[in-house]
Design a protein around this ligand. Structure first.
Ligand SMILES: Cc1ncc(COP(=O)(O)O)c(C=O)c1O
Ligand SMILES: N[C@@H](CCCC[NH3+])C(=O)O
Length: 438
């Protein structure tokens, strides 16, 4: 057998086989291309246009249920910053989750679907007058306080005793990208342990506030369970110091989110079972050493619930040398630029038996850095009009999207069981012009 006899069959087997771990479970590869939730990707692209964010509802719910099963007794608050739209918040409410919001805007969407107010937690290092108005107007359950100024502001605004958590920076390195590492000291979030008692003193001195607990979030895309464990231990020790100083028992401990997901085949899934066991043991052991009751535990995953349920579809517009240029780019995927994040790209609207070649998939924006994936392999016959798919785009893609170059942001298309429907419609030039009132 010659090499040319082997290559086509090698190519075919590669393109009808799906890379493990990164696609929604409902994705399958066929000679006529990929299907998600039973729907051919080519059909989705033709019906809804490209670029488009596809979101698999069953995959989101499956992940929610996996969290629920792995962490009985934990309160699970979905971090809305990863992806907020009415449908997703409705699913989270139906799954019995709480919700972490960090602006009046995220809260407005929660309110629009009647998300139970007592299950909402407000975050952020800056809470504006509008944010306070929205939060107090909806009577949300808890506020995570992040500065002495805002303890004063909230204390004077709250009409009923407002439950608060004090955000502590536990001095733990989550070993993640610098831009999303929030557990280390000397940064804008939270109170470092050495100052956190001042914040607790300030909260307890405000009659309008009730100290409900402590919060920490060591970073995002963190895979080290040991870092979460260390943070949990330090937080309980700090609860012990509060009891010693004030005689006040901290009832709840919110350990934040940040659980890593695989973006590329072969990357490890987060060890959720190990996390559950080690965090639970660390908290109960440290609490018993200090003679404290075990606090109610809350976690705030965002990415881990939605990232792998999302796939972005693009259409190839031109192929120039080794550059495959598509109809989207950094306006719908900021992560490649911000964190040098790596993505898998796959020919999805058909299969190909052509040999692979090394290309860079680039966007349409006026920046040389607008690269979705550099030096990856695609079939050598990829041409204008082909549909490409990029998995693991459910989190921090729609929420980070921009209108750079006055490009309209893509829709979110929900898929389930052979059905597809827009959850967020495509932005139009009329939408853009409607805001431009000059
Ligand atoms: C306070 C807080 N909670 C939860 C999250 C969610 O993080 P992730 O989406 O990585 O789980 C973030 C973002 O990093 C955050 O800042
Ligand atoms: N935008 C970041 C995560 C931000 C985490 C929010 N605190 C990412 O895509 O990785």
């Amino acid at each position: 057998m010659t090499l040319t006899d082997v290559l086509p069959s090698l190519g075919r087997s590669l393109h009808t086989k799906l890379e493990p771990d990164v696609w929604p479970r409902s994705t399958s590869a066929h000679p006529d291309g990929l299907r998600i939730a039973g729907i051919p990707v080519g059909e989705l692209a033709a019906r809804f246009g490209t670029p488009a964010y596809i979101l698999d509802e069953d995959e989101v719910r499956r992940r929610c249920r996996a969290y629920r099963a792995a962490l009985p007794g934990f309160e699970i608050a979905y971090a809305g910053k990863s992806l907020t739209c009415r449908a997703v918040l409705r699913w989270m409410a139906e799954e019995g989750f709480s919700l972490d919001v960090c602006s009046g805007g995220e809260l407005a969407v929660a309110r629009a679907v009647g998300f139970p107010a007592e299950r909402i937690i407000l975050h952020g290092n800056v809470k504006t007058a509008e944010d306070w108005k929205a939060a107090l107007g909806y009577e949300i359950g808890r506020v995570v306080v992040d500065s002495l100024d805002e303890i004063d502001q909230l204390g004077s605004l709250a009409r009923h005793p407002q439950r608060v958590l004090v955000r502590v920076t536990p001095g733990v390195d989550g070993h993640t990208h610098k831009a999303i590492a929030t557990g280390v000291e000397d940064q804008k979030f939270g109170f470092p342990l050495r100052d956190a008692m001042t914040a607790v003193d300030a909260v307890l001195a405000q009659p309008g506030l009730r100290l409900d607990g402590l919060h920490c979030h060591i970073g995002s895309q963190v895979s080290s369970v040991a870092s979460f464990e260390l943070a949990a231990r330090r937080m309980v020790e700090f609860a012990g110091a509060i009891r010693d100083r004030h005689g006040v028992v901290v009832r709840s401990l919110d350990l934040g989110g940040g659980h890593a997901v695989p973006y590329l085949p072969g990357q490890q899934e987060f060890d959720l079972t190990g996390y559950a066991q080690r965090v639970r043991v660390a908290v109960s052991y440290t609490a018993s050493q200090l003679g404290l009751p075990v606090p109610q535990l809350t976690i705030e995953p965002g990415r881990a619930l939605v990232a792998n349920a999302g796939v972005t579809l693009y259409r190839v517009v031109t192929v120039k040398g080794r550059y495959v240029a598509v109809d989207g780019g950094m306006s719908d995927n900021m992560r490649a630029c911000l964190y040098d994040a790596k993505y898998l790209v796959r020919l999805a609207g058909r299969s190909s038996s052509a040999p692979l070649r090394t290309v860079s998939v680039v966007g349409r924006h006026c920046e040389a850095g607008d690269v979705i994936a550099a030096d990856i392999e695609l079939p050598s016959d990829v041409h204008a009009g082909d549909v490409l798919a990029v998995p693991v785009t459910g989190a921090y893609h729609h929420s980070l999207a921009s209108n750079y170059n006055q490009i309209c942001r893509p829709p979110i298309i929900g898929v389930r069981d052979g059905w597809a429907r827009p959850l967020v419609r495509r932005e139009t030039e009329e939408d853009l012009l409607a805001r431009d009132v000059g």
